[in-house]
Design a binder for this molecule. Structure first.
Ligand code: CUA
Length: 295
């Protein structure tokens, strides 16, 4: 493309030099330049010819652009496809698999294999968000009622911070995500662990904590694999403790922050859909102990 641009510029510059150096006719009685009919026709042909060349070049670029866009959307060698849904204000990621029981759903932290193209199908559950991990991809909007697509390859293993790049309401700034690019074997191990449900707790405190989760409002919004909690309003918590942060990159994922978040999420992220807790201290303690086991 650079070569074509260079040639076009060269032609334009040559034409300008030619025009500046060629005779333009003689001044007539009125002092204006008199141009012969032959010169006039020649100039007309140059202008019409240049117009046609411009249109042809633009059409060629346009069709090339469509072809490249189509190829990008249909990238055939992708290692995996991830459905990414933007919510106010967090990210839901589902790893596509022909077998529905093997589909892994997680939130705000997306593991991918390094050196392999990964396709993202982008949707929104509410308003327009924008998927942007500056070191890995360009911005791509998540639009309600429309599925857009993007793919990229992480060349170097590492953790890459991303951010919603389209103003989407009060907590737009607290809508971060992490892409964790790791060697394919490590990624496969992560995916296998992520598709395994946690074992039911046997310890009495942990069992009580699970009961609290099911009977309080938690199970109305969240899923924990292998339990009766199957709601999809909030992030999937099956492997909550495998994530580095909570509340979409807002807080480090530890017991103290998790307690603070559950007690009063509105103090940390005003406007979030998660309501304040009404749990008694003993219930809260057991609930946190249970959640801390979801590795
Ligand atoms: Cu989502 Cu800004």
């Amino acid at each position: 493309m650079l070569g074509v641009g260079g040639v076009i510029w060269l032609i334009v510059i040559c034409a300008m030099i030619y025009a500046a150096r060629s005779p333009h006719g003689e001044p007539g009685e009125d002092g204006l330049l008199q141009v012969s009919d032959a010169t006039h026709h020649a100039m007309e042909r140059v202008v019409v010819g240049a117009g046609i060349v411009t249109v042809v070049v633009l059409l060629a670029f346009l069709s090339y652009d469509f072809a490249v866009g189509e190829a990008l959307a249909q990238h055939p060698n992708r290692a995996l496809t991830i459905d990414l849904v933007g919510h106010q204000w967090w990210w839901e990621a589902t790893y596509e698999d022909p077998d529905p029981s093997k589909r892994v759903t997680t939130a705000n932290e997306i593991h991918i294999p390094v050196g392999q193209p990964v396709q993202f199908k982008l949707r929104s559950a509410d308003v327009i968000h924008s998927f942007w991990v500056p070191t890995l991809n360009g911005k791509r909007d998540l639009i309600p009622g429309y599925v857009s697509s993007q793919w990229f390859t992480a060349d170097t293993a590492g953790t890459y911070r991303g951010q919603c790049a389209e103003f989407c309401g009060l907590e737009h700034a607290k809508m971060a995500l992490y892409i964790i690019a790791e060697p394919p074997a490590r990624f496969a191990a992560w995916l296998a662990a992520a598709s395994t449900d946690p074992k039911p707790p046997t310890d009495p405190t942990l069992r009580y904590g699970q009961q609290v989760f099911m009977s309080a409002n938690c199970a109305v919004c969240h899923t924990i694999g292998g339990t009766q909690a199957m709601a999809t309003v909030g992030p999937n918590l099956t492997h909550l403790k495998s994530r580095r942060t909570i509340a979409a990159g807002t807080l480090a994922n530890n017991a103290a922050n998790l307690t603070g978040w559950i007690v009063d999420p509105q103090a940390i992220k005003p406007g979030t859909l998660m309501p304040k807790s009404t749990l008694q201290p003993a219930e809260l303690q057991a609930l946190i102990a249970y959640l801390e086991t979801l590795k």
